[in-house]
Design a protein around this ligand. Structure first.
Ligand SMILES: [Zn+2]
Ligand SMILES: [Zn+2]
Length: 418
């Protein structure tokens, strides 16, 4: 029989990498806490409707990329392709935003999209996600953008660029949409097949088509800034002023629309100069209509998501620190067969005292055990004479010096030196 492999577009996070992964999550957790965001966990699968109504029927995600199936009860279930819709559903269902209350929530975990796998893009990928719900003020947009930038600053990422845009609201976007339809209809000959299809269904998406021919046409498209209503214009000005107040530089990009229907007003991305075509390490924006699209009341929101896989790529590329490689501090070794039992007891005592310790469980000889001890700070060696004296030989592996310590003092002795 041939070995069964992991499905295409997935990957295993092995020990050589998982400790770096843990460092990123730990840093995110601390940063979120410092900004007053509380951690939540939501289901990995939801009712398909949540995404078709929340993210939007005509988006690439819903049309082509979701893992959707009927469960055994005949309900249509989808593995979450993104987190925001689920977080909003969670807040509405649990009444986190009633009577003007706001909620600042963060989460992390796997998302699923059936896309063509490439560097930094997987079908099961991991995102860190932060959502600020219940606040329509532009200061919340600035807070979210600044949170993502602070996270990346702490992780040591360099060479980043903030790109922002306003995609308008339900009042002014239809006007802009019509201007786009008029413009692109006059340039039909130059559009790719996908964009011709988008023309009637989702013309805004033509703006971020990656094909060169469409890009050239899109460059000449009407400017959204000219179509914004007073409220959206004022909101955008406040976001920009807030970013400037905090000393963040940014670039305006009228073609940044992002692939999800729920965005209103602010849309933003953080790009890395050290990734290829998939160069966004974070993206987000405001979504004041998501709540009502999934059947809730009026709950505005703004948030961002960033891909752990991509952050990892950039950090490796830029030689960022992942902190200390975790290692076992003490290795307990038996000089002879008769000492193995004592070694196991000592290892157990050290662990109970909160000292990381290992011993051989596979019956290997003393030499092989000491080879493992080489990766630790201390070795605790027990042989016949140590057993007779109720002692243990503690060897400082770096200094190479060895001392005999009574067994019942070994914990304190090591604690003083670790
Ligand atoms: Zn507007
Ligand atoms: Zn196109």
């Amino acid at each position: 029989m041939t070995l069964i492999n992991a499905p295409r577009g997935t990957r295993d996070i092995l020990p050589s990498e998982s400790w770096k992964w843990a460092y990123i999550i730990k840093t995110a957790s601390q940063t979120m806490q410092d900004f007053g965001f509380s951690e939540i966990h939501i289901p990995i699968f939801e009712h398909t409707e949540l995404f078709s109504r929340g993210v939007g029927e005509t988006t690439d995600i819903v049309e082509k990329e979701m893992y959707t199936f009927n469960d055994r009860g005949g309900r249509s279930i989808t593995l979450r392709p993104e987190a925001t819709a689920g977080v909003m559903r969670c807040a509405l269902e649990n009444n986190l935003c009633v009577q003007g209350a706001s909620a600042k929530l963060w989460s992390w975990g796997p998302m699923f999209r059936h896309e063509r796998p490439q560097k930094g893009r997987y079908r099961q990928f991991y995102q860190i996600d932060a959502e600020c719900l219940g606040i329509s003020n532009a200061m919340a947009d600035v807070e979210v953008i600044s949170l993502s930038l602070e996270l990346f600053r702490r992780l040591g990422l360099r060479n980043l660029e903030v790109v922002i845009n306003s995609v308008g609201c339900e009042k002014c976007r239809p006007v802009y949409r019509q201007k786009l339809v008029d413009y692109f209809s006059a340039h039909k000959d130059s559009l790719c097949e996908t964009c011709l299809d988008r023309l009637s269904r989702n013309p805004l998406r033509i703006l971020d088509c990656k094909k060169e021919q469409c890009g050239l046409v899109a460059d000449g498209a009407p400017d959204i800034f000219d179509s914004l209503c007073d409220e959206c214009r004022e909101h955008f000005a406040q976001v920009r002023a807030g970013l400037e107040r905090l000393g963040f530089s940014y670039r305006l990009d009228k073609r940044l629309v992002r692939g999800l229907d729920y965005y209103t007003k602010t849309a933003y991305e953080i790009l890395s100069g050290d990734l290829g075509a998939q160069n966004a390490v974070a993206g987000g924006g405001r979504y004041d209509n998501l709540s009502s699209a999934i059947g809730g009341g009026k709950v505005p929101g703004v948030g961002f998501a960033c891909g752990v896989d991509r952050i990892m790529l950039v950090m490796e590329e830029q030689g960022c620190s992942f902190g200390q490689v975790p290692k076992t501090r003490v290795y307990c070794a038996a000089l002879d067969e008769e000492s193995r039992a004592s070694v196991q007891v000592l290892t157990h005592e050290l662990r109970k005292a909160g000292i990381s310790a290992e011993c051989d469980t596979s019956g290997r000889g003393f030499k092989a055990q000491m080879k493992n001890a080489g990766a630790c700070d201390f070795a605790c060696i027990i042989g016949q004479s140590e057993r007779e004296n109720n002692s243990v030989a503690v060897k400082d592996m770096k200094a190479g010096v060895q001392e005999n310590v009574p067994v019942n003092e070994a914990v304190n002795y090591l604690r003083d030196r670790l």
